[in-house]
Ligand binder design. Structure first.
Ligand SMILES: [Zn+2]
Ligand SMILES: [Zn+2]
Length: 196
């Protein structure tokens, strides 16, 4: 896919992480390729980096890329609904949880979901459903409210589903000595034997 942020023949642009899909034509693919030039996408990366960095005000230095395809459909059961297929890829700096050395993590996730109207989603028929069968796919069920889909929330969720909560700069990182704080990858100390 080329690097345009939006396919001009398709529907409206997302704004602040939300997209108004009410006016989408039926059964047409609306494709989006979102990157760091978009402030709310950059915010997602910033959050990922800040989770593990000591410096709260650093400029982002990783990368993030999100691709989405959204299609409006209508059936008797689901009424007006939206099928969304998406992917997110990110690469970002973070600190090793054991020795605090700077390291990098990558993540990648793909997701498919179905957005139905908020009222319908909270009706007895769907209130306990988290997935629905749609053709051959099993899609995660979400709701749109007033014709608006919250993309930022969706992408956020799919980032944290796969983000490594305990990054290590090296699989055999020895960490810091709990008594004197020396970096045991670099030096030894008298507090415990340097093994393995
Ligand atoms: Zn380490
Ligand atoms: Zn020590």
């Amino acid at each position: 896919m080329e690097t345009t942020t939006h396919n001009p023949k398709s529907g409206p642009k997302p704004h602040n992480g939300q997209i108004n899909v009410r006016s989408y034509p039926f059964n047409e693919e609306n494709e989006y390729h979102l990157d760091m030039k978009i402030p709310w996408i950059k915010d997602l990366l910033k959050e990922l980096e800040q989770d593990q960095m000591i410096d709260e005000d650093h400029a982002v230095s990783g990368s993030i890329e999100v691709k989405l395809s959204i299609q409006k459909k209508n059936t008797n059961t689901l009424k007006d609904h939206f099928i969304l297929h998406g992917s997110v890829k990110a690469h970002y700096p973070c600190s090793c949880v054991k020795c605090l050395e700077l390291t990098h993590e990558s993540l990648e996730n793909e997701f498919s979901c179905c957005f139905i109207d908020y009222e319908l989603g909270n009706s007895p028929k769907f209130e306990n459903s988290t997935y629905i069968d749609h053709g051959l796919d099993e899609l995660e069920l979400y709701t749109y409210d007033n014709g608006v889909i919250n993309l930022k929330e969706l992408i956020h969720e799919n980032i944290y589903m796969v983000a490594n909560p305990l990054p290590l700069h090296h699989i055999e990182c020895k960490g810091l000595c709990p008594s004197c704080g020396v970096n045991l990858n670099l030096e030894n100390c008298s507090h415990r034997p340097l093994k393995n």
